[in-house]
Design a protein around this ligand. Structure first.
Ligand code: PEP
Ligand code: MG
Length: 607
């Protein structure tokens, strides 16, 4: 947190950007959590009344959830309906309800407290479960139980919401319940203490196209002062309380520049990404959920270079069955046509679960994550692989395994792929016999062994988000060490080079799908290293396409060779910035925001 003390002073709090955009408005603080309601005895002649109250609260909750599902479905194209359906199922859990009714009669206490005690025990048990899907379910149950208790205690969220004016919501966490209320309350954006990029909150906010920032640690005393205007920057992950006139003005200028910039890049939409000397680079997009698909295609992405299937699984509440997955992946293949889609098998773990789950493992990023988790649940992985194979009958589909750290993991995963192929053949199901299987390179051990890996797969795709964090021992989500998270680190450059060279030496192609691929500052380096494919987040696609069009691949090769000689990230970034100044001089973007950010983070870490 930065800013001068005193009323009215501007306070800047950094968090994690999860949904892009800028919002300006009053901050509305809602830090309520799922907490124990008051408990009091109930005379035996009032037990029946308590039971009636309980059933009525369940019915009201059911209606509210259905209404929220419909409201959000109309805004997000049905993408979020699965979350609410899962919530409705909780209300129909006969065993849970039977136990509550029995306990009210036995204990002679008010229904709120009985319901809370039973549900809390259940939630605790789920949080301790081995299976991450059960653990994730705990959050859903807490959300629904919170609604039931609110209805029992006469807190009607709908009537509260009617009085609300436009505002930025600051909540402890954002559950589907809060998100639904946000919609009703005309929220301009949301800010939370908890949550990660892949929390339900983030999925829904992005589907709703509301700016969002999570992981904001702000003392409650500051929040009390923060009732006036706030500015939420969903690009950089910043909450600015009491923004000064100068800050507001600079954001107005930023919004205007963004609009102009987008206009200036429009003509590139439907062109291939070609360097100035005519080298074709595959420029694809990363995608998290299906509602983005058509807009990504219309933006001119050549394919989907990374489909993060975790979101699809989370939205379904439990692992979707094979037919549901096949239908989903088939749609991707059909929409993207010949450019196709690279479907990554499930990569849960790390920060890709509710934070309460992540806290259960002492080092979640070094724990049971990605392929490690999938290999402990081979039935889930096989269902996904079979669905990916079946979808390949409809168009260009490739499969990719995440978080591979060595040959045993890769070979076990490839053996499962072979097993699935054989099963489908026996069943007479059609699929692409030539489906390409690739390996993500995001663990340093995999990068060092890229030559071994490249002999057994059809392509490599570097996930720099993880590769950087594991190489430099810097948590990618920890703001305290963010200045040490340096894509331009010489060790990272060496691993990138080793990977691309290993792929090419074995006659396969190499892509890059981490965020680094979208930072124009590094486009000359990555081109020069020889990456054949870049997969970037949709918002960066046209900027990178323009950068590629301004570069000569031979010059970039020499430049990359030179960069590999530098021994500090500072030297690399400074050289990249000087190069960008010269070679991007004709760009509609004078100097990329990433470039400025990288340069300033380098100077803050070296000063
Ligand atoms: C990466 O690690 O670079 C990557 C693309 O995977 P994710 O961000 O989903 O971990
Ligand atoms: Mg990764």
């Amino acid at each position: 947190m930065t800013g001068a003390a005193g009323p009215g002073a501007e306070i800047r709090v950094e968090g994690v950007a999860v949904s892009p955009g800028i919002a300006v408005g009053p901050l509305r603080v809602d830090l309520r959590r799922f907490s124990r309601p008051p408990s009091h005895p109930v005379a035996s002649n009032r037990i029946e009344g308590e039971l009636k109250r309980f059933r009525a609260a369940l019915e009201s909750t059911r209606k509210q959830i259905s209404a929220d599902r419909d409201t959000l479905a109309s805004r997000t194209g049905g993408e979020t309906a699965g979350i609410f359906d899962a919530h409705l199922q909780i209300l129909d859990d006969v065993e849970l309800l039977r136990r509550v009714e029995k306990r009210i009669s036995e204990a002679g206490r008010n229904v709120e407290s009985v319901f809370y005690d039973i549900v809390s025990t259940f939630i605790e048990r789920l949080r301790e479960a081995e299976n991450p899907f059960f653990r994730e379910r705990a959050t859903d149950i807490e959300d629904v139980a919170g609604r039931v208790i609110a209805n029992l205690s006469g807190t009607d969220p709908e009537s509260e919401s009617a009085a609300a004016e436009d505002h930025i919501l600051f909540a402890h966490d954002l559950t589907p319940f809060t998100a639904a209320r946000m919609d009703h309350r005309r929220a301009l954006g949301f800010a939370t203490v908890l949550g990660g990029y892949t929390s339900h909150a983030a999925i829904m906010a992005r589907a709703l196209q509301i700016p969002g920032v999570v992981g904001l640690h702000l003392p409650e005393a500051e929040l009390e002062r923060a009732t006036t205007t706030a500015l939420l920057d969903g690009y950089e992950g910043l909450l600015i309380i009491n923004p000064s006139p100068a800050t507001l003005e600079s954001y107005r200028a930023l919004a205007k520049a963004k609009e102009e910039r987008e206009g200036g890049l429009e003509h590139l939409r439907h062109r291939l990404a070609l360097t100035a000397d005519g080298l074709h680079i595959i420029l694809s997009a990363n995608i998290e959920f299906g509602s983005e698909l058509e807009s990504v295609r219309d933006l001119g992405a050549e394919g989907i270079g990374l489909y993060r299937t975790e979101f699809f699984f989370f939205e379904s509440g439990s692992p979707p069955d094979e037919d549901k997955q096949t239908a989903n992946y088939t749609r991707f293949a059909q929409v993207m046509q010949h450019g196709g889609v690279i479907i990554r098998t499930l990569d849960v773990g790390g920060d890709k679960l509710h934070p309460e789950f992540a806290e259960r493992e002492p080092n979640p990023f070094l724990g049971c994550r990605g392929i490690r988790l999938s290999l402990t649940e081979p039935a889930i992985l096989k269902t996904q692989i079979r669905a990916i194979l079946r979808a390949s009958a409809a168009g260009k589909v490739r499969l990719m395994f995440p978080m591979i750290s060595g040959m045993e993991e890769l070979r076990t995963a490839l053996a499962l792929l072979r097993e699935c192929r054989e099963e489908l053949r026996r069943e007479g199901q059609t699929f692409d016999e030539n489906l390409e299987a690739g390996c993500m390179i995001e663990v340093p051990s995999a990068a060092m062994q890229a030559d071994h890996i490249a002999r057994e797969v059809d392509f490599l795709s570097v996930g720099t988000n993880d590769l950087i964090q594991y190489t430099l021992a810097v948590d990618r989500g920890n703001e305290h060490v963010a200045h040490l998270y340096q894509p331009g680190h010489p060790a990272v450059l060496r691993l990138l080079k080793h990977t691309v060279d290993a792929a090419h030496a074995n006659g396969i192609w190499a892509g890059i799908c981490g965020e680094m691929a979208g930072e124009r500052l590094f486009t000359p380096l990555l081109l020069g290293l020889g990456f054949d494919e870049f997969s970037v987040s949709p918002s960066q696609l046209l900027e990178v396409k323009e950068a590629i069009s301004l570069l000569d691949s031979n010059q970039c090769r020499d430049f990359a060779e030179e960069l590999l000689l530098y021994d500090t990230p500072k030297a690399v970034v400074e050289a990249c910035a000087s190069w960008a100044k010269i070679h991007f001089a004709k760009s509609v973007i004078p100097q990329s925001k990433e470039g400025r950010r990288r340069e300033s983070s380098i100077s803050s870490s070296s000063s």
